[in-house]
Design a protein around this ligand. Structure first.
Ligand code: IVH
Length: 671
């Protein structure tokens, strides 16, 4: 068949255009055309290729959607082996590394390093011939890997064709393929909805997605890449330094880490280590640590390797977020609203920077899904401040004769019957405030910082007071006497006086804190605030019906139902009356002004404030109709930076968000 001459030309134009738009969209995050235009061009190219299959090329963006499934992966021998790195876990070991290498080089001079995050994904080698991606291989055993070209082509941040002029005849670019946390969460929700096994962590999900024989599956997975180095190169001299190599890689249209830094001396490397460590949770992807590499390629070559690890680089690892341990028991915890949560008692293990001996198992369905049993060896995960969680059982280590866990039919604390409402994941104790566990949790919540803020009334003391039958509900707190308190074991005279004073101080509160403190199901801080600012008084709230409540922003039918039910119960009304008689009070609520200059604005507080606590500032900002968020994003209107503000401040500066000081914020309050 004769192909009209304009087809090959048009196909080539379209490929270039689409690859360029891809680059603008995925690599530099700066789209130039609307999606509709992109789609139109894409379809045009697809049509030409369908009509003229001989015009299909390896760098065609249509190949990103995945193609025919393979029956196996071919083996590929790496031209230059893909190595692994030595690890250190603290500053001392890092300094020792630097010293060792300088001794080896016989120099006392500070060395130039390049530092970048050690991404938690899997290594890939991308081979470009005349600028076109021809092969992608996994690391494998370092000498040979697997040919995963069809899969890697589907990853939008991997260029199918390099850009720019100075492109070597052959170049191998190496990088890490990973799955961002958000994509991982969505994928796992989908896996569970489809009755498929969820992935243990983003790294496993990335590895599993890349090792699919059917590239259409890979195409549906949210994979990304950051490139971190060069392998084989032909037709061009090797650059002089790692940072130069990274510049070239970036100019060719590949994505490199925005965190890459060139530093002089190992001391300077501590900065990104501390900084990235502090930001680990808020980064959109998992990192395992920070890599420090000698920047000079000449020095890298001089230093060479010891067995299979280079002498010129080191990984400063962060504490592992996953560890293996043993489930010694499964116990039931009864929460404030009676919800029964099974908790695994673990052989203590150091994970995510702390020693963990309990992990939540959430509910019966989760236990069944994960099939966790007493005696099992499990993988425990603790990332940041989140509650430690059992992610998976190591079945190969399961002892004989383990027993399946099942939820008790009666509350382990008060022996009331356990009920599980259709459609709810949690089983609940039906004992209500008769149940000592629920009493304790309700009182702890009432006294907590964001509720009535009773200084010095910690969890242990609440438990002691309930166990000694000195209190049974929150109103009993205000009847406690100095004699009763001082007679308690482990309680000194002075602490008893302090507590009585703290209770006295706590009586003066705000309507929204009081509402939150009552512990009505599903009424969190924000809902309590919305209720207070719309209904203004307790009387109005107590008489409101569900229809009235639903009108309020933040209140849905379920919450409305919980609120009405709560105030219908005679017991709850009595407790409230006793609290008011005891002197709990708050200033009259003012309608939220919608004309203050910060009304409707999203504000983030960071650093230490001098004139008031952050929680006071938050209350005031909310009172003026602002929203107070915990993290900085493009949607943030202002960041209020106090003393020693850290990563939130840098993020605001990076995103161009307005930063104001405490004095400016005080100005808003006095307007
Ligand atoms: S450079 C000699 N840079 O870590 C090996 N590796 O432990 C030089 N990795 O297999 C590798 N992020 O999969 C390098 N920014 C980064 C990296 C990185 C993650 C992985 C990579 C490698 C492993 C080495």
């Amino acid at each position: 068949m004769v192909i009209p001459t304009n087809f090959p030309q048009r196909a080539s134009e379209l490929r270039d255009l689409i690859n360029k738009y891809n680059y603008l969209y995925y690599i530099i995050d700066n789209p130039e055309v609307p999606d509709s235009e992109y789609d139109r061009l894409f379809h045009e190219l697809k049509q030409i290729e369908t009509d003229h299959p001989e015009l299909l090329t390896a760098d065609s963006p249509t190949q990103r959607v995945g193609g025919k499934a393979l029956d196996k992966f071919n083996q590929i021998t790496h031209a230059i082996p893909m190595l692994s790195l030595d690890n250190v876990f603290d500053t001392e070991q890092l300094l020792a590394f630097d010293q060792r290498v300088r001794d080896w080089l016989n120099t006392s001079e500070s060395q130039v390093y390049a530092a970048e995050p050690k991404l938690d994904g899997l290594a890939i080698s991308l081979r470009y011939e005349q600028g076109v991606l021809t092969q992608a291989a996994t690391r494998g055993d370092g000498a040979t890997g697997e040919d995963v070209t069809a899969n890697v082509r589907t990853i939008p941040t991997v260029p199918l064709k390099l850009t720019g002029n100075d492109i070597p005849e052959v170049v191998e670019i190496r990088g890490e393929i990973f799955m961002p946390k958000a994509g991982f969460d969505t994928l796992n929700q989908q896996q569970i909805a489809d009755d498929k096994k969820p992935f243990v962590n983003p790294r496993n999900a990335a590895a599993g997605s890349l090792r699919q024989l059917d590239s259409k599956i890979t195409a549906s997975r949210p994979l990304e890449i950051y490139c971190y180095g060069l392998g084989e190169i032909q037709g061009m001299n090797k650059p002089d330094s790692h940072s130069e190599a990274m510049m070239l890689i970036s100019q060719w249209g590949c994505r490199i880490s925005p965190e890459l830094k060139r530093l002089t001396g190992i001391d300077e490397c501590m900065e990104p280590i501390t900084h990235l460590g502090a930001r680990r949770e808020s980064l959109p992807y998992d990192i395992a640590g920070v890599l420090c590499k000698f920047d000079s390629i000449q020095l890298q070559q001089r230093l060479g390797f010891v067995s299979r690890t280079p002498r010129w680089a080191i990984a400063h690892k962060f504490p592992a977020q996953e560890e293996i341990t043993i489930v010694e028991d499964i116990e039931i915890q009864v929460g404030r609203t009676g919800a029964l949560t099974p908790v695994a008692r673990l052989k203590p293990v150091f994970v995510g920077g702390v020693t963990v001996s309990n992990a939540t198992l959430h509910n019966q369905d989760e236990i069944e899904r994960k099939d966790v049993r007493v005696g099992d060896t499990v993988i425990v995960r603790r990332a940041g401040d989140v509650i430690p969680e059992v992610v998976q059982v190591v079945l190969s280590k399961r002892p004989d004769n383990t027993v399946l866990f099942s939820m008790p039919t009666h509350c382990p604390v008060c022996q009331s019957e356990v009920e599980r409402i259709e459609g709810e994941a949690k089983a609940r104790c039906s004992g209500g405030l008769y149940c000592a566990a629920q009493q304790k949790e309700a009182i702890k919540h009432f006294a907590s910082r964001k509720a009535m803020d009773v200084d010095g009334l910690g969890d242990k003391l609440v438990e002691q007071l309930v166990d000694e039958e000195l209190i049974a509900d929150v109103s009993d707190l205000f009847q406690l006497t100095l004699e009763q308190l001082s007679a308690l074991e482990r309680m000194g005279e002075k602490s008893a006086v302090n507590l009585i004073n703290a209770l006295q101080t706590a009586k003066q509160t705000t309507f929204s804190r009081f509402l939150f403190a009552l512990g009505i199901r599903e009424v969190g801080e924000a809902t309590a605030r919305a209720l207070a600012s719309h209904l203004l008084t307790l009387d109005v709230l107590q008489q409101a019906d569900e229809e009235t409540l639903i009108e309020i922003e933040d209140v849905g039918p379920v919450v409305a139902h919980h609120i009405v039910t709560f105030f219908h119960q005679a017991h709850n009304r009595e407790v409230i009356d006793r609290l008011l008689v005891a002197g709990v009070n708050w200033p009259e609520e003012q309608k939220v002004s919608s004309d203050s200059m910060i009304s409707g604005k999203t504000i983030v507080l960071t650093g230490t404030l001098e004139q008031m606590s952050r929680s006071e500032a938050k209350d005031k900002l909310l009172g003026l109709g602002a929203k107070v968020a915990g993290s900085v994003s493009k949607k943030t209107d202002f960041v209020v930076a106090g003393r020693d503000a850290g990563s939130k401040l840098s993020k605001a500066e990076k995103l161009g968000v307005s930063v104001v000081d405490e004095a400016t914020m005080l100005g808003w309050f006095s307007l």
